[in-house]
Design a binder for this molecule. Structure first.
Ligand SMILES: *[C@@H]1O[C@H](CO)[C@@H](O)[C@H](O)[C@H]1NC(C)=O
Ligand SMILES: *[C@@H]1O[C@H](CO)[C@@H](O)[C@H](O)[C@H]1NC(C)=O
Ligand SMILES: *[C@@H]1O[C@H](CO)[C@@H](O)[C@H](O)[C@H]1NC(C)=O
Ligand SMILES: *[C@@H]1O[C@H](CO)[C@@H](O)[C@H](O)[C@H]1NC(C)=O
Ligand SMILES: *[C@@H]1O[C@H](CO)[C@@H](O)[C@H](O)[C@H]1NC(C)=O
Ligand SMILES: *[C@@H]1O[C@H](CO)[C@@H](O)[C@H](O)[C@H]1NC(C)=O
Ligand SMILES: *[C@@H]1O[C@H](CO)[C@@H](O)[C@H](O)[C@H]1NC(C)=O
Ligand SMILES: *[C@@H]1O[C@H](CO)[C@@H](O)[C@H](O)[C@H]1NC(C)=O
Ligand SMILES: *[C@@H]1O[C@H](CO)[C@@H](O)[C@H](O)[C@H]1NC(C)=O
Ligand SMILES: *[C@@H]1O[C@H](CO)[C@@H](O)[C@H](O)[C@H]1NC(C)=O
Ligand SMILES: *[C@@H]1O[C@H](CO)[C@@H](O)[C@H](O)[C@H]1NC(C)=O
Length: 860
């Protein structure tokens, strides 16, 4: 966002001097309004639409006292018009109301002494910038930024020979947009300019020489060309020295894909250089040593800058802000730091080298960055431990070393950083112990992230009564032991708004007071993979909660009756018991993902879940739910996965499931459901996985399955289905897993079986399928999925159809325990990749089968 930092202090001082000048006549009496100018202003007002009435003072005689109008103290002429939107919170209602709309009336040209015109942050709804603005030749300041003008910038502005400040920044916040300004010629730019902002103006039509056109502007101090669709940065620039006053240059977000050009180093007045979000390539030239006044250098997000951080950058006396993040810098940091440690000015306060490919260890010279406030070295490949000189960086507010390959102990000197607010040591391979002294002076710390790999030993060894000097707002500790007691230092953290304590060895009960204390502010509450026991406090309100994950612990007791708008609740793999609240829709109206599997919940599944309209995942596997599955689904348009397998549900499969257009995973297996499979399920055309096995379902295998064109897995095993295998089953184009075993299906295996094209051609990406299921079950249960057909334990008759040989990618075929007869098709011998054929139909075939089975088993 700081790209949009436009005004600089020399500009502010200009306004100040300007205002002082206007009033310096010393006369206390206000200037008299000149009536022709008053008329001109009124006409101008009439053409505008002013929803918020901020021009309501524009009436009566004394136009010099109207809002936004300023007259010269001596002559009474209008010299300033400032109609900038009083709100700068773009997209807020206040901003939108504050926008002036309508037209700009030519009457403005009658203000013969107007030198300052600010119409910025309004909404002219695509109006072309009027040509006649170029006739107000007295203008020194013109600000039309973010006012939704469009079309070509008029070359008439070139007539403004006194113009010093021109702001045409064109990012539009209009609801009726998008609007875009363009300039296909820049030769008109008045040479009087000291400040020019053409951000978001499309300059792609300005030709190869666009940059050359700016070298005429010899007074220019600030040039902002952010996001101007400029493609080329010329390697050389004649008369670049003309820009000798240029202090600020912003060419960010322009897809410039060249190396950094050398002419930049002729701009010796540069204080701020922004070249971020381009595609600059090559190394960072040491020519930067010429820019002795450079304070800010932002080359971030070019993705392609390689090589090292040049040591000369460490020598620049004024450099305060250096951002080289998101590039391909691939060397060590030592050269830069060594140079810096000899830099007696020591100005650097901001250093971001994150998301590069830098490696090596961090040297002790790091400590030389004594004035540094922000240090971000995350997402590189740094190794080794943190140098103990870190304790010298007493100005540090943010330290981010996350996502590196750092290891070893964390030095105790870290505890000296009294200004440190944000400490991020995530995703490294730390080991060792953390003592009280590691945190001794961290009075300002608000955010602590510390994670290592599960197989490392990183342990908090602090006195059980230790009260740390900090009050954290965010804590994220993973794979680091802070238990088994729920530590005191954590209990006193009552201002937390984000808590992640995963695999921290806590085996204690949760202090209910702590829980109640953080309830009001907490957004993320993740305590997964510990051994936390005991009950949860009931009846709490969590107004800001988004995600709760208490999975894989030893919690017990009833479901918490929390009032929350959280979207995700994970209580799985605990021993919660008792019923779910019948009014769960009132307590948790915004629930999207409810994971309660592997607990001891009892009672019915509350029908009020049908009223939770945003529900996406209902995962209740392996509990003791009883009664029927609710039959009231009518508004859950997002419900994607239902897993209520391994419970004691009875009754029928609800027909209203057919009203769930997004349903993809439906796992109702291992219950006591009975009756027919409802025909309405054919409405759920996105179904990918159906498991209704291990119930008491009766009736025929549905004939409409061919409508489920995404169906990947169909498991109806261990029910009482009868009738024949319908021919339509053959035309389920994506079926890879078919299990009808343990039913009463009779008749032949249909010849059309070869139409199961997914098994015949082996087309599907199993990983996608696994992920679909994993989202719902969180279990890698279906990890070993292979193309398989299991028809075992039915009453099938007839021969194995030859056509089955076309299913080249079938890995398991189980036809055992049927009444089939005849011979095994000879072609089986030629199939490759088969793992098992289980066929124990007729005695006479057994010898064949044995030989063949062994053969296949050996091959796979
Ligand atoms: C300007 O107008 C305000 C009311 O809008 C009034 O209070 C003030 O006296 C006026 N000032 C002059 C100098 O007329
Ligand atoms: C300016 O206002 C006058 C008087 O209301 C009107 O006749 C004229 O069309 C307006 N011009 C523009 C360009 O809006
Ligand atoms: C123009 O106005 C915008 C606000 O609308 C402001 O942010 C910007 O600094 C102004 N430009 C100049 C040169 O003053
Ligand atoms: C910018 O202008 C060029 C031609 O001048 C045009 O091809 C391009 O589409 C424009 N970009 C946008 C985003 O409108
Ligand atoms: C720890 O586990 C990671 C993978 O999670 C493995 O790469 C590493 O070698 C292991 N380290 C040790 C010390 O066991
Ligand atoms: C949930 O959101 C609604 C509407 O935004 C609000 O009225 C209600 O108080 C919120 N509930 C909680 C527990 O924060
Ligand atoms: C789980 O809770 C139930 C009911 O409270 C209890 O009977 C059972 O022993 C508990 N199981 C475990 C493993 O603690
Ligand atoms: C299933 O879709 C049909 C139309 O295709 C519709 O008439 C019927 O009401 C739907 N059933 C359910 C349960 O939504
Ligand atoms: C099987 O596929 C063939 C050719 O694609 C088609 O003619 C036949 O109707 C299909 N049979 C069934 C039962 O879908
Ligand atoms: C097929 O079904 C039978 C009976 O339900 C079962 O025993 C067997 O494990 C199933 N799977 C395979 C791969 O045969
Ligand atoms: C098996 O199917 C045959 C017909 O193919 C039928 O006569 C017989 O009754 C069936 N057996 C059972 C147990 O359903």
């Amino acid at each position: 966002m700081d790209l949009k930092l436009r005004p600089s202090f020399f500009f502010s001082s200009f306004i100040l001097i300007f205002l002082l000048n206007s009033f310096d006549s010393g006369s206390a009496a206000s200037p008299k309004c000149i009536s022709t100018e008053r008329e001109a202003l009124l006409t101008f007002k009439q053409s505008l639409t002013d929803l918020s009435g901020r021009l309501s003072s524009w009436s009566g005689q004394d136009c010099c006292n109207w809002t936004g109008v300023l007259c010269d103290a001596r002559t009474g002429h209008v010299v300033n018009i400032d109609l900038r939107n009083p709100s700068q919170a773009v997209n807020s209602d206040e901003y939108k109301r504050g926008c002036l709309r309508g037209k700009i009336n030519q009457s403005l040209t009658r203000l013969k002494f107007l030198s300052y015109l600010d119409l910025s942050s309004n909404d002219f709804n695509g109006l072309v910038i009027p040509e006649f603005i170029g006739h107000i030749v007295t203008l020194r300041y013109l600000n039309l930024s973010s006012s939704s003008f469009s079309g070509e910038v008029p070359a008439s502005l070139g007539s403004l020979s006194k113009l010093e400040f021109l702001d045409l920044y064109a990012e539009s916040f209009s609801d009726s947009g998008p609007f875009a300004l363009r300039a296909s010629d820049l030769k008109w730019l008045p040479s009087s300019l000291t400040y020019l902002n053409m951000g978001y103006v499309n300059l792609s039509g300005a030709g190869e020489t666009w940059l050359q056109d700016f070298t005429r502007l010899t007074k220019l101090k600030e040039l902002h060309l952010f996001n101007c669709e400029i493609k080329n940065l010329p390697p050389s620039l004649s008369s670049s020295a003309n820009l000798k006053l240029l202090e600020v240059l912003d060419l960010s977000e322009n897809s410039l894909s060249s190396p950094i050009p050398n002419w930049l180093f002729d701009l010796t007045s540069l204080r701020k250089l922004f070249l971020r979000w381009d595609f600059l390539q090559g190394s960072i030239p040491s020519g930067f040593k010429n820019l002795k006044l450079l304070e800010t250098l932002d080359l971030s997000n070019n993705l392609g800058l390689t090589g090292e951080v040049p040591p000369v950058l460490g020598e620049l006396p004024q450099l305060k802000y250096l951002d080289l993040s998101a590039n391909e810098l691939n060397s060590q940091i030592n050269g830069f730091l060594d140079a810096f440690s000899k830099n007696k000015y020591n100005s650097l306060v901001f250093l971001d080298l994150s998301s590069n490919k830098m490696a090596g260890t961090l040297p002790e010279s790091l400590g030389a960055l004594r004035n540094l406030q922000i240090l971000d070295l995350s997402s590189n490949s740094f190794t080794g431990s943190i140098p103990s000189s870190i304790g010298n960086m007493l100005s540090l507010k943010k330290l981010d070393l996350s996502f590196n390959a750092m290891n070893g102990n964390i030095p105790e000197t870290l505890g000296k950083l009294a200004e440190l607010v944000d400490l991020d040591l995530m995703a490294n391979t730390w080991e060792g112990v953390l003592l009280k002294s590691h945190f001794a002076n961290l009075r300002s710390l608000k955010s602590l992230r510390l994670t290592t790999e599960p197989n490392r030993s990183l342990v908090f060894k602090v006195p059980s009564t230790w009260v740390p000097p900090f009050k954290l707002e965010l804590i994220n500790i993973e794979n680091c032991r802070i238990g088994p007691k729920f530590p005191m230092w954590l209990q006193v953290q009552t201002e937390l708004n984000s808590v992640t304590l995963r695999n921290t060895g806590i085996a204690d009960a949760i202090p209910h007071t702590w829980f109640s204390n953080i309830a009001s502010d907490v957004t993320y509450l993740i305590l997964a993979n510990n051994r936390i026991k005991g009950t949860l406090p009931q009846s709490l309100a969590f107004p800001k909660l988004n995600t709760v994950d208490l999975s894989s612990n030893s919690f017990q007791g009833p479901f918490p009756l929390w009032t929350t708008n959280a979207s995700e609740l994970r209580l799985y793999e605990n021993n919660f018991s008792g019923p779910l609240p019948l009014n769960i829709n009132v307590l948790m109206p915004r629930m999207e993902k409810l994971y309660l599997f592997h607990n001891s919940f009892t009672g019915p599944i509350p029908p009020s879940l049908c009223e939770v309209s945003g529900l996406q995942i209902l995962s209740l596997r392996n509990n003791r739910f009883s009664g029927s599955f609710p039959n009231c689904w009518h508004r859950s348009f997002m419900l994607y996965g239902i897993d209520v397998s391994e419970n004691s549900l009875s009754g029928e499969i609800p027909a209203s499931l057919g009203a769930l257009p997004s349903l993809s995973v439906l796992l109702l297996n291992q219950n006591a459901l009975q009756g027919r499979i409802p025909d309405t399920l054919q409405n759920c055309s996105g179904l990918t996985n159906i498991d209704l096995g291990g119930n008491k379902l009766s009736g025929k295998v549905p004939s409409w399955l061919s409508k489920l064109s995404s169906l990947f897995m169909l498991r109806l095993q261990s029910n009482s289905l009868d009738g024949q295998i319908p021919d339509t089953l053959c035309s389920v184009p994506n079926l890879h897993i078919l299990d009808l075993s343990g039913n009463k299906v009779s008749g032949p295996v249909p010849k059309c079986i070869s139409n199961l094209t997914a098994i015949a051609r082996g087309t599907t990406n199993f990983e996608v399928f696994q992920n679909l299921v994993f989202v719902v079950t969180r279990a890698r249960k279906y990890q070993e999925i292979v193309n398989s057909i299991n028809l075992s334990g039915n009453n099938l008759s007839g021969e194995i159809p030859e056509e089955i040989l076309d299913l080249s990618y079938l890995r398991i075929l189980n036809l055992s325990r049927n009444s089939m007869a005849g011979r095994i098709p000879g072609g089986f011998r030629n199939l490759v990749g088969w793992r098992r054929l289980i066929y124990r139909g007729t005695c006479c075939l057994v010898p064949f089968l044995r030989a063949w089975q062994r053969y296949l088993l050996c091959r796979s």
